[in-house]
Every structure is written in structure tokens, then in C-alpha cells.
Design a protein around this ligand. Structure first.
Ligand code: HEM
Length: 433
């Protein structure tokens, strides 16, 4: 086996993490792809080409459970006040922030995902997402109505953030007035995924934010158990399906996972989408004239400007031979989804935004057993928000290009997206073109 490249590529990874490259990491990803598998300075492995990422996403020798990662165990032990005592770390301490099935392997993963899916999609709850569609349009309409009379808007604060957060709250049965409270905790939790932080600091931050979120969701679950309504938390809390009910701890972890996963990712898809359209006025024009273009356009956005750039913290639970390299058992693996999405061996002309590309099999939602659970909801949200944005805002112009970005290299998107507008067209959903 040839040795994986290391020195120059280590420099490349550091450049990718460097905030100054956040606005355009794609040339760095292109360099990264010259080697499908790169060994990093901390002995973890970074995989950047489409075929190899896809294969590892489907490989049962790749675990999503931090309890199976020696580095994560060591960090948990240190964060718990026992520096270096990796062997003594309780596996349960590793992932206290209740990540639920995202960070679990089969069979636990599969059971919890099935119990949750019963209340989100077919065959048991076929209308959960589609029934939300009119309400989605109502929320977007109100948010755009509020822009009336202004010449400058921030498409993140005024549309891309409040919209999916309102939707996930209504879906789950989270009171709207709690939004400002958990925004702070979710921000802190997401900051804890920054690979620029060492594993110990990451774990500590995760623990702190996780405590507040756990306590909050615990209260909410108890309230829904006592007094159930028509929402998804109530349905999960009172389910008597063939596999029985989730226990309270599981309900809290699933509730938090949905609340958090349903948060920043969709925000970034909508804001990355608005940014891409502002940079491609001819596409904005086309979307205005052909609203059905929103469907393939959102798929192309998930390829071209995906919200999730990396899936970190996977672990090889056996030696894995891939692209001429052996990833040794116990190694941490990071999958560079956004680099794979622009792999010229997978897709022609990868750096061009072409909304009606045929066969756009992107990695924006991952793949394999952990493929995004919320994809149908996220797609519908992005389609609704971008269509209304194109239809109603008159002559929108980007104020700053590139806009300021959020810190995270993993969940990447603009922090603010200011646009000047000439006005706001009235909402008319009568069906007339
Ligand atoms: C555009 C928006 C979104 C993007 C780009 C996105 C992306 C992803 C990706 C890449 C994964 C795979 C992670 C992995 O392999 O470890 C994932 C998993 C997941 N997503 Fe999403 N997501 C989005 C929206 C949502 C929404 C709205 C929800 C909730 C309603 C959600 C819930 C989940 C859950 C629960 C998982 C874990 C699935 C599992 O482990 O089986 N996501 N998402």
C-alpha cells in the first residue's frame, strides 16, 4: 500500500478551516481531491472524492458512534476531569448532548429512526410534511410582507432564519415564544462542532449547551406526555405502535435532534440559495417565470452550495482499504461532502450552477443509513422560500459580495445577506401567473 499524502495536504486542511477561506473554499477542495484520502496531522483521515465518500457512507465498518472512537473517549475523559484516562471514560459520557440516532449505529440507530419516522412520513404519517405546505407559504408571506417599505433587507435575519425555525417549532409542538431562549443554546452547541477547537474543548462546550437543551426539552416532553396535542412530539409521546413507545430519555434526545437538525441547515440552504440567485440574475429571472424550476434548482443548490460541507467524527471499526490507502481501525474519518459534490469524475462542469442538470445525485443530504431524515421538509421549505423571494422582491441587489459568513466550516452559510430592493410585490396566491 502506498503511503497517503500528508505534508502539503495538512496545510490544505488548515487553510480550509481558516475563516479567511470560508467565502470560497472550492479551489481548496479541488486541490484536496487530487488525493481521495488524506491523512491529517492528528492521524485522522479526510476523504474528498465522490465515489470514495459514497462508499464510506454505505460501509458498515464506518461507525457514527463517538463511543467507538478512542480519540473521542479520551476527550470525554479529559472533559470529565480525568486527563488521559481514556480507558476509564464511560461511553455514556461521550455524547451527553443527546444526539440520538445521528450518532448511533445499528441496531439502536435503526430502531429509533423507525420510531421517529412513524410520525414524520409514509406509510404511517404520509401527510405530516405535505399538510404543512399552506402554513409554510403563510409564514413566508408574512415575513416578506414585513419587508414592505424598506429599501434594504437582511435575507438571513428577515427570511432564511425565522422561517424554518417557525416551521420546526410548529411541527414539533415547541411554543413560538421559546425561540429566543433555545437559539442561544443551539448556537453554542453548533459552535462546539468547530474542528478548529481541540477535542476536549469541543466536548466541554457540547456538554454545557447540552445541559440547558436537555433540561428544556425534558420539560417540553413532560408537558406533551401530560397534555398531548396534534404535533409530532405528542404523537411520539403517546404512540402505541408495533415497536412500543420511546422512553422519556429517548423522546428528549429525538426532540432535540429534530429541533437542532431542523435549524441551521435549512437556514443555510435558503441563504446560500438566495446568494446564488443574486449572483445569477438570469436564474432569478427564470425562477420568477417558471416556479417549477424551484424543484431541480434546490437539488442543484444542495450540490453546488450545500449547507453541510463535512460529516466529521466517523470512526473506522476495522481496517478499511480505499483508493490505495489503508485507514487503520480506530481512526477518525471526516467526509468532505461539499468536495465530493464538485468532483469532476462525478459531474460535468462541477463549478457551474446549472439548475436543470439531469441525474443530479448529490451528497447534500448524505447517503446510506444516516441520509437526512428531514430532507422532504427541507426541500419544501427551500422551494417555497426561494420561489417567493424571486417572485415578490423587486430588483434585489447584493450589498456585499461575498457576504460575511458564519464561523463554522462544517455548517457553512452567510451570517448576514443584505440586499437592496426597489419594493415588495403584493402576495397573490390566487394561482394566476
Ligand atoms: C437543507 C437542510 C438540511 C441539510 C442540508 C441536511 C443535511 C443532513 C446530512 C448531510 C445528514 C447526514 C449526517 C450523517 O451522515 O452523519 C443529515 C442527517 C439528519 N438530518 Fe438533515 N439536513 C437538513 C435538514 C433537516 C431537517 C429540516 C431535519 C428535521 C426535520 C433534519 C433531520 C436530520 C436527522 C434527524 C438526521 C440524522 C439521520 C440519521 O442519523 O439517521 N435535517 N442531514
Amino acid at each position: 500500500m502506498k503511503q497517503p499524502p500528508s505534508k502539503e495536504e495538512q496545510g490544505l486542511w488548515e487553510q480550509i478551516l481558516d475563516y479567511s477561506n470560508r467565502a470560497n473554499p472550492y479551489p481548496l477542495y479541488a486541490q484536496l481531491r487530487s488525493a481521495p484520502v488524506t491523512k491529517l496531522a492528528d492521524d485522522s483521515y479526510l476523504v474528498s472524492t465522490y465515489a470514495e465518500i459514497l462508499s464510506l457512507l454505505h460501509d458498515p465498518r464506518v461507525s457514527s458512534d463517538p463511543r467507538r472512537n478512542p480519540q473521542a473517549l479520551a476527550a470525554a475523559a479529559a472533559a470529565a476531569g480525568a486527563p488521559g484516562a481514556a480507558d476509564e471514560a464511560s461511553p455514556e459520557e461521550v455524547s451527553e448532548a443527546s444526539q440520538s440516532f445521528l450518532l448511533r449505529d445499528p441496531p439502536d440507530h435503526d430502531r429509533l429512526r423507525r420510531l421517529t419516522m412513524r410520525h414524520f412520513g409514509p406509510p404511517n404519517a404520509p401527510r405530516r410534511v405535505t399538510d404543512l405546505e399552506p402554513r409554510m407559504l403563510e409564514i413566508v408571506t408574512e415575513l416578506i410582507d414585513d419587508m414592505e417599505g424598506r429599501s434594504r433587507v437582511d435575507l438571513v435575519e428577515d427570511l432564511a432564519y425565522p422561517f424554518p425555525v417557525s416551521v420546526i417549532c410548529e411541527l414539533l409542538g415547541v411554543p413560538a415564544e421559546d425561540k429566543p431562549r433555545f437559539r442561544v443554546w443551539v448556537d453554542r452547541l453548533l459552535e462546539s462542532t468547530d474542528p478548529n477547537l481541540d477535542a476536549e474543548t469541543r466536548m466541554q462546550r457540547q456538554r454545557e449547551a447540552g445541559q440547558d437543551l436537555n433540561a428544556y426539552m425534558g420539560e417540553l416532553v413532560a408537558a406533551h406526555q401530560k397534555d398531548p396535542g396534534g404535533d409530532m412530539l405528542s404523537a411520539m409521546a403517546t404512540d402505541d405502535g408495533p415497536e412500543g413507545r420511546m422512553d422519556t430519555e429517548e423522546l428528549v434526545s429525538v426532540g432535540l435532534l429534530l429541533l437542532i437538525a431542523g435549524h441551521e441547515t435549512t437556514v443555510n440552504l435558503i441563504s446560500n440559495g438566495a446568494l446564488t440567485l443574486l449572483r445569477h440574475p438570469e436564474m432569478l429571472q427564470r425562477l420568477r417565470a417558471e416556479p417549477d424550476l424551484a424543484i431541480p434548482m434546490v437539488e442543484e443548490l444542495l450540490r453546488y452550495e450545500p449547507p453541510v460541507h463535512f460529516v466529521p467524527f466517523r470512526t473506522a471499526i476495522d481496517d478499511i482499504d480505499i483508493a490505495g490507502t489503508t485507514i487503520p481501525k480506530g481512526s477518525a474519518i471526516t467526509l468532505a461532502l461539499a468536495a465530493g459534490n464538485r468532483d469532476p469524475r462525478h459531474v460535468a462542469d462541477p463549478d457551474r450552477f446549472i439548475p436543470d442538470r439531469p441525474n443530479n445525485a448529490h451528497l447534500g443530504f448524505g447517503s446510506g443509513i444516516h441520509i437526512c431524515f428531514g430532507a422532504p421538509l427541507a426541500r419544501l421549505e427551500a422551494q417555497t422560500a426561494l420561489t417567493e423571494f424571486a417572485r415578490r422582491l423587486e430588483n434585489p441587489r447584493l450589498v456585499e459580495d461575498p457576504p460575511p459568513y458564519r464561523l463554522s466550516p462544517l455548517l457553512r452559510g452567510p451570517k448576514h445577506l443584505e440586499a437592496d430592493i426597489d419594493g415588495v410585490l403584493a402576495a397573490d396566491h390566487s394561482g394566476a401567473p
